[in-house]
Design a binder for this molecule. Structure first.
Ligand code: CP
Length: 300
């Protein structure tokens, strides 16, 4: 079974995955998939997603094929389809793909190997969204009526889209913060200013400024933190139990004052830790018949 976008999962399936990831974290469940082989195809840079999939595979007993865009025949012009078809022919059991093209997976629908989307351009990042949901659930034990502000480079962020839609259908109230150029008018959520977001949000979800998607157009880093970032002054305005999240990598001093990255409210490194357990749960369900994932993409 594939996991390509958050709409592939019903609310029930999301909750099943979060519960299973939690039981991996609490060591209440062990799954041994010794003998299976996966491949991680990353056409864009990654630290967390790639390494946490590797860690999840180690914990599940899965071996990984080695692949790099630079040393494989991708550098000779091999297409994504032919690379994936080759890995399927070699007998691998699943593939994780990160690719700069939005909805790259639509060209792979004829293949039979399970595909997990590790990020498709500015499209979606479903495994990041699931680890974010796990982190929020650990803090609040629910999503209903939570005030969530997603702040930053909304237009170029795949995390923003996956999280906004998923959290909204789980009952959270979504508001967005972005400079005008980085707003996305296709998202049906209101924009507010950063002071308002700091004042009354339960979850302040910051995003990385995605310079690599700006086509060489620069922005003023100095004024960005003051206008759109989380300063120490804004952190002091936050409610007692509110949390700070960021998918990372973090541009310290741009999206957030550097001293807040490891502050008591920050869940940034907890998000990374949860990424291992959520990816264990995702792989397990992609590979098991009768796992949490359904065949169709109808949402509840
Ligand atoms: N959050 C995230 O996707 O990080 P990487 O780009 O390092 O994988």
């Amino acid at each position: 079974m594939n996991l390509l976008k958050m709409d592939d999962l019903t609310n029930h399936e999301i909750n099943e995955l979060l519960n299973q990831a939690q039981s991996f974290k609490e060591e209440k469940q062990k799954v041994n998939l010794n003998g299976l082989v996966g491949a991680l195809l990353f056409y864009e840079p990654s630290t967390r997603t790639k390494l946490s999939f590797e860690m999840a595979c180690h914990k599940l007993g899965i071996k990984l094929l080695s692949f790099s865009k630079e040393t494989s025949s991708v550098s000779k012009g091999e297409s994504l389809y032919d690379t994936v078809k080759t890995i399927e022919a070699l007998g691998a059991d699943f593939i994780v793909i990160r690719h700069p093209e939005k909805r790259y997976f639509e060209q792979l629908t004829d293949l039979n190997i399970p595909i997990i989307n590790g990020g498709d351009g500015t499209g979606e990042h479903p495994t990041q969204s699931l680890l974010d949901l796990m982190t929020i659930k650990e803090s609040f034990n629910q999503f209903d009526q939570l005030q969530v502000a997603i702040c930053g480079d909304i237009k170029h962020s795949r995390v923003a889209k996956s999280n906004a839609y998923a959290l909204s259908r789980l009952g959270a109230n979504i508001r967005l913060v972005a400079k005008e150029k980085w707003q996305d008018e296709q998202l049906p959520f209101p924009y507010i200013d950063m002071d308002q977001a700091a004042l009354d949000s339960d979850v302040l979800m910051l995003l990385r400024v995605q310079k690599e998607r700006h086509g060489g157009v620069s922005y003023d880093q100095q004024s960005y933190l003051e206008q759109f970032g989380l300063t120490i002054k804004r952190e002091q305005m936050m409610k007692d139990n509110s949390i700070i999240m960021h998918p990372a990598p973090v541009n310290r001093g741009v999206e957030i004052d550097s001293s807040l990255v490891e502050s008591p409210r920050s869940k940034i490194f907890e998000q990374m830790n949860n990424g291992v357990f959520i990816r264990q749960a995702i792989i397990t369900n992609c590979l098991q018949k009768g796992g949490a994932f359904h065949e169709n993409s109808d949402s509840e």
